[in-house]
Design a protein around this ligand. Structure first.
Ligand code: G
Ligand code: G
Ligand code: MN
Ligand code: NA
Length: 253
């Protein structure tokens, strides 16, 4: 309960910041996943694992999620005239609760309008469970958001109870291979088998696939050999504060 009121204050008092973690294609940056950080006045940097679950429980995830979306969109708009950063996409994690709100689409539309951000530079990362809560209304919402140019990636793919049948009927653009499968890809043949199956399925469905949690050259080589070309992980970049992301030394695609 104490943390809840602190978190409430954090939103009001601008103690939240976004970090940006590069997503790459063929060695260049195509975009970044935005990751929420809480700079607590006494505790310092609080990782999202410590407060996102709480925010989900008490409903604060809605104002929190709105803040993330607005901040990401303001950033896209700020980059619009930049020679290179204007092409960078931002991936926003959308929680199941947030996505299930009846006014979610209207809210996104409003944020795009108010910030002037281009929808096609925005990607929503949804989890399998978020997508499957109510498949009919999910499909409906996704279509409306796609009309705004927004793309969709299924986060932590393979760890939820996804129905491949349902996936087929949803306008998904990308599968994001969970880092738990990437970690031991060179040691555990079962992980490799799962990763290969996800890559093959994505390509057969005509959608892209990104591996997260790539930390070593050996993991990257193994994934490349299996035709995975989109990466995210510490090998390329840590999640960085804005100024460091803007000045990081990887070329932009
Ligand atoms: O950045 P880090 O690895 O500490 O994130 C831990 C978890 O918190 C991840 O599962 C990530 O998806 C989640 N997370 C980070 N930022 C956000 C956010 O803005 N919204 C939501 N819903 N989850 C986030
Ligand atoms: O669940 P989600 O994909 O949103 O989680 C993103 C989280 O993964 C972030 O908190 C980020 O800090 C973490 N992360 C990003 N790259 C790596 C990596 O290469 N290795 C590990 N262990 N974690 C990573
Ligand atoms: Mn994510
Ligand atoms: Na993930």
């Amino acid at each position: 309960a104490e943390m809840e009121s602190e978190l409430r204050r954090a939103i009001a008092d601008e103690q939240l910041v976004l970090y940006y973690q590069a997503q790459t294609y063929l060695g260049k940056i195509t975009g970044a996943e935005v990751l929420l950080r809480w700079i607590h006045p006494e505790k310092g940097l609080v990782p999202p694992g410590k407060f996102i679950p709480l925010a989900e429980q008490c409903g604060l995830i809605i104002p929190l999620g709105n803040w993330v979306l607005e901040t990401a969109c303001r950033q896209l708009a700020a980059w619009a005239d930049h020679p290179e950063l204007s092409k960078v996409t931002l991936s926003v994690n959308v929680s199941a609760h947030q996505f299930s709100m009846i006014d979610f689409v209207a809210n996104v539309e409003r944020v795009l309008r108010e910030t002037g951000a281009e929808g096609k530079l925005l990607k929503f990362e949804l989890t399998e469970s978020a997508v499957l809560i109510d498949v009919d209304s999910t499909a409906d919402k996704m279509m409306q958001l796609k009309d705004l140019g927004i793309n969709f990636s299924i986060d932590d793919f393979g760890t939820g109870y996804s129905s491949l049948f349902h996936l087929k009927h949803l306008p998904v653009d990308q599968l994001k291979i969970d880092r738990s499968f990437v970690r031991d890809i060179n040691e555990d043949p079962d992980d490799l088998a799962i990763v290969q199956a996800i890559i093959a399925m994505a390509h057969n469905l005509g959608i892209s696939v990104i591996a997260e949690g790539v930390e070593t050259e050996a993991q990257k080589r193994c994934l490349e050999k299996r035709q995975c070309r989109h990466f995210q992980g510490f090998l390329f970049s840590q999640p960085l504060p804005l100024d460091q992301f803007e000045n990081c030394d990887i070329d932009i695609f």
